[in-house]
Design a protein around this ligand. Sequence first.
Ligand SMILES: [Mn+2]
Length: 475
Amino acid sequence: MGLKEFKEKTEDISELIETTIDERKQIIIICHLDADGITSGSIIGKSIFKEEGRAVIRAVNDLGPNQIFNLKKQEYDFYIFTDIGMGYVELLDKELGERWIILDHHQSSEDEIKHQRVLNPYEFGIDGGTEISGAGVAYMTAKKLNSSNRELSALAIVGALADRQDQGPSRSLIGINQKAILKDAKYIGLIKEEKDLIFYGRETKPIHESIGSTNIPFIPLITGNYDACLAALVSANFKVKEGDRWRTISELSYEEKMKLIEILIPYITKSGAKGEVIEELFGNVYTLLKEEERSILRDAREFGSLLNACGREGKAGSGILICLGDRDEAYSDGEKILQDYRRTLMKYLQIINTDAKRMISGKKIVQIIGDELIDEKMLGAVSSILSSSLAFKEKILIVRTKTKENDLKISARKGNNTLKEINLGLTIKELSKKLNGSGGGHVAAAGAKIPLESYEKFIAEMIKKVGDEENKIES
Ligand SMILES: [Mn+2]
């Protein structure tokens, strides 16, 4: 079992799509609204348009029975779910008969992943968490539909990076992402892969802005704070300007890049382990060569951030248009959306950093209290960013905020290599159910909604699970 079998099923699925196009069916593509979802939906959409098929693309936050009943009422002829849909195979069979397929990479039951209308790498022993994302599954299918769809490989890389699949050495891509998709993208000259400091805007922004606006890894006191970053550089006599012009990361010499890392070490780790910091800040960067030099879209990770921002701000439509090729109106919308989104995130991070009451640190569990601060739809983004900080690498991070209905929304993260015995998704699923809430997720990332008054119990149970005696419970 492996890539070969995966490709064979990809062929079957792409034939299904081809038939649907040939029969002039009206297709709807339903994709998840994060960056991987938006790219996956756009990849399939674009490849259907190319064959002159009829399709609309819609991004959704989640899928449940109600959404499925609604979709059925809208009388499309065929439904393609990308980066979403696992968990609902039986219902789709019942409601939509043979008029659907799922292209997804989330883990699910044996029955679901083996279903003939589901394409999921897990069926073939391929890790959907690190080797291929939803966009990758869509891309492999699109490539079978028409080999010229290799031009969509860059979008698949954007999706994989946005789903944090850069789990290889120095933040590189692995598995199918690297062996098949990145290979295609490089072969046709869409992507350049090189090792550099991974800060955003390496080619375009002043150094302190570049460092300050990079969310992952999160650097306490620096991320989101250009002034503090500039002050740190200046006080270390780092040459930030060439005459009147701000210098950029990409023009620094190797020695200067190493000096930059030295300056940042005390902010990143108390232990001062340089090797660890270099591993964190120096890595594979992926440049999209067909995008303009000063464009946000030129850095594949930044492209993904822009799409994530569009999705979370309820502007997934702009993100889809950008993926389909719009570099005018939708792109300038996207730029603005990302800017606002970053500003909001940075504001949260600064407050969390400076308001001691908002952070409760235990030995293994760190709680962030985001009540009356963090908008619930930003909660996942905030916890992802915070968890990328080296300071939290060995811990479980729990971020909470109150919802409009006065419930608690919780987002939890843990480092991939820490507390291996804990599966956050399963733990939180059970726990929230027990506390009259709901939740779930992946091994290292999960979320839940629980009644406000259940929080102390929630934390107490988590502490019991990880044996974190010193963690004080506060409310
Ligand atoms: Mn995904």
